[in-house]
Design a protein around this ligand. Structure first.
Ligand SMILES: NC(=O)c1ccc[n+]([C@@H]2O[C@H](COP(=O)([O-])OP(=O)(O)OC[C@H]3O[C@@H](n4cnc5c(N)ncnc54)[C@H](O)[C@@H]3O)[C@@H](O)[C@H]2O)c1
Length: 439
């Protein structure tokens, strides 16, 4: 089969080398906007193009490898299929699910194969792990996949990775598809349960945690990190219901940087050839992974939480009156507010409770009184804030009772065992510190 490679950046050499190793494949042409990248190929007598459209019009290739920035995948893949050319497209297949549908529809109408390149599914250590798993996947309790790297070490120097409009996001859309595909390879189709992003820089997340479940009930967590100081960590832990733990380090045995990619990219080309042989029957997982990534962004961007990011500075409240009594019939009520703005100089009452109030109107009977404290700086006190005393976390803000408002709030603090000022030496002038949940 004659192939052309469109996009001669950081990842293209792994395809070019894999093509060279495979006697059934011939490189017929290459394409890149940057003429400097074409020069060595021109010197070797290969057909070179700066426009993918001209390459396709030349009719030199039966298949193309698309190794372009993410925002170009959909249009170039569709153009190739409209020329009757099979497409092997780097992940993510597209940025949006709508574009993925457009690509799949074009594949159907033109009867051309669209194959997404997920390289980790061909990783030898992943395949060894898969071979050790029980055939009955319901015997698996949980899979955790860590995909950690420093993004700067993986790019070709172009900054499109850090441009949300071109990349589609950060580590979720970049490493998510390969990581999710690897987990899917082990436990089957996945549904998203929860997603949290963090370390967001100019709209691009450098950290994310995705929680998923497979159709047969196996829990999975995918942890994506773009911000390792250096190096990579790509491993998978599988916990069976009987307590057995199986692991795979995807990079074990591949010490040199990116050295596992040689066998993985040969695997991609074998997969591409198999998909072409299957023809119309071939169903590419690309759109499912695009949809999972889109859903992860939808869930994560709606959340107030951003991991690894400080959203407010600590707030110090100085005790102006200690209280020493506890009660088990106090009858406070959880107010509807999850947060309250507090001005510098305001005094509020600090109350511990073991009642775990969570829903507006919950009654709070079991309380221990700590005292009244003056906030030294303006802040927003929120449910989930950590409450600290002398370097130790003593509880978590559960919410507010407003029976004394507008004079002051009772700030309710969840604790495992009730205590009052005398139990923790909370004397006049002691400083209670409120920190945001993630700190
Ligand atoms: N770098 C990696 O480790 C890696 C790993 C797996 C997958 N991928 C995927 O591979 C794709 C390419 O990534 P990369 O890291 O090689 O990017 P890159 O920026 O290094 O390379 C992209 C190349 O495309 C060329 N280009 C841009 N617009 C063009 C256009 N309109 N026509 C022709 N050429 C054009 C650029 O000149 C550049 O040479 C991305 O989808 C990425 O997600 C990259």
């Amino acid at each position: 089969m004659k192939l052309a490679v469109i996009g001669l950046g950081a990842i293209a050499p792994f395809f070019l080398d894999a093509i060279e190793r495979d006697p059934s494949l011939t490189l017929a042409a290459v394409c890149d906007l940057d003429d400097k990248k074409l020069a060595p190929w021109r010197e070797r007598g290969l057909a070179v193009f700066t426009s993918h459209q001209e390459l396709l019009d030349a009719g030199l290739a039966e298949g193309v490898i698309v190794t372009l920035p993410n925002d170009l995948h959909a249009d170039v893949a569709c153009a190739a299929m409209e020329h009757g050319v099979a497409v092997c497209c780097e992940k993510p297949m597209t940025i949006t699910a709508a574009d993925a549908q457009r690509v799949i529809e074009t594949s159907r109408l033109t009867e051309s194969v669209l194959f997404t390149a997920f390289h980790r599914r061909y990783n030898r250590n992943l395949l060894d792990l898969a071979a050790k798993l029980p055939a009955d996947r319901t015997r698996i309790a949980r899979v955790v996949h860590r995909y950690h790297e420093n993004i700067e070490e993986h790019t070709g120097g172009d900054q499109w990775y850090l441009d949300v409009s071109r990349c589609g996001g950060g580590c979720v859309i970049d490493n998510g598809p390969n990581a999710l595909d690897a987990v899917r390879h082990l436990i089957g189709d996945l549904r998203l349960i929860d997603a949290t992003i963090g370390d967001v820089r100019s709209g691009t997340e450098f950290y994310a945690e995705l929680d998923l479940v497979s159709t047969n009930g196996v829990q999975a967590r995918v942890e994506l990190d773009w911000a390792l100081p250096t190096g990579e960590m790509k491993d998978i832990v599988v916990e069976l219901r009987d307590g057995t733990v199986l692991t795979a380090d995807l990079l074990d045995g591949y010490d040199a940087f990116k050295s596992s990619l040689a066998h993985e990219y040969s695997g991609i080309l074998d997969g591409f050839k198999a998909a072409i042989a299957e023809g119309r029957e071939y169903r590419d997982p690309g759109p499912d992974l695009v949809a999972l990534v889109e859903e992860a962004y939808r869930v994560a961007r709606r959340k107030e939480t951003r991991l690894r990011m400080t959203a407010k500075h600590e707030s110090v409240a100085k005790v102006v009156k200690s209280l020493f009594h506890a009660r088990d019939d106090r009858g406070m009520t959880l107010s509807p507010w999850a947060s309250r703005c507090v001005q510098a100089g305001e005094v509020h009452e600090l109350v511990t409770t073991t009642d775990r109030p969570s829903v507006e109107g919950d009654r709070i009977d079991h309380v221990g009184f700590l005292g009244f404290a003056e906030f030294k700086n303006a802040t927003v006190v929120e449910r989930g804030d950590g409450v600290w005393l002398r370097g130790r976390r003593i509880g978590t803000v559960a919410g507010f009772d407003e029976c004394h408002a507008p004079n002051h709030y009772n700030i309710l603090i969840d604790v495992p065992l009730l205590f009052t000022a005398s139990d923790v030496n909370l004397g006049i002038g002691a400083e209670v510190i409120f920190k945001e949940a993630s700190r």
